[in-house]
Design a protein around this ligand. Structure first.
Ligand SMILES: [Zn+2]
Length: 179
């Protein structure tokens, strides 16, 4: 069922027999509520009132950074697994890098990382970047297989493999966020 709330917009309540408590999630256009079978509408309304202020904050955040649905993340993961390992292989071959393997992760805090054993981890959220920035992140991690730091030697290598564009692309990447 749905009803309207002056703060949140549309409140959509779904009954889930497996739910053990009332779960509320703020979305851009309203609240999604999952309730156990025994919960009444007034239970739901009381729960929303109790958490009204933090839910309002969450909704503000959702408006600033619309988050992905599970389905969108699943699609990004499929694309990432299809495309990123192949691109890493191409760029490694082109510039003569050796690495252990590629893992696709759902990290929101970093685009990529390179382990001490030269295994490369890439965030599925890379798939939302323009192609040259995906390459930039991959080249960054490949350069870490040679220099495991951000020393001058690391950046010199980065400049070499990006035709001098490393700094420009590094700055451009800062405009993007995983969500
Ligand atoms: Zn780095």
């Amino acid at each position: 069922m749905t009803y309207s709330d002056p703060d949140f917009g549309t409140i959509t309540v779904t009954v889930n027999p497996r739910a053990r408590r009332i779960i509320m999630r703020a979305e851009v256009d309203g609240l999604r509520v999952t309730a156990p079978r025994y919960a009444t509408l007034s239970d739901v309304k009381n729960a929303i009132d109790k958490y009204r202020e933090p839910l309002k904050l969450n909704q503000e955040k959702a408006k600033l950074h619309p988050h992905h649905t599970d389905e969108e993340i699943a699609k990004l993961r499929i694309m990432a697994k299809l495309q990123l390992p192949r691109r890493v292989a191409e760029l490694a071959h082109l510039h003569g890098f050796k690495y252990q393997g590629v893992k696709i992760q759902s990290s929101r805090t970093r685009w990529g990382s390179c382990s001490a054993r030269n295994s490369i981890n890439l965030s599925l959220f890379l798939m939302q970047l323009p192609e040259h920035l995906i390459d930039y992140v991959i080249l960054h991690e490949l350069c870490h297989t040679v220099h495991h730091d951000h020393s001058n030697s690391f950046w010199a290598l980065m400049m070499k493999v990006t035709d001098g564009k490393a700094m420009e692309w590094n700055n451009e990447l800062k405009q993007y966020h995983t969500d």
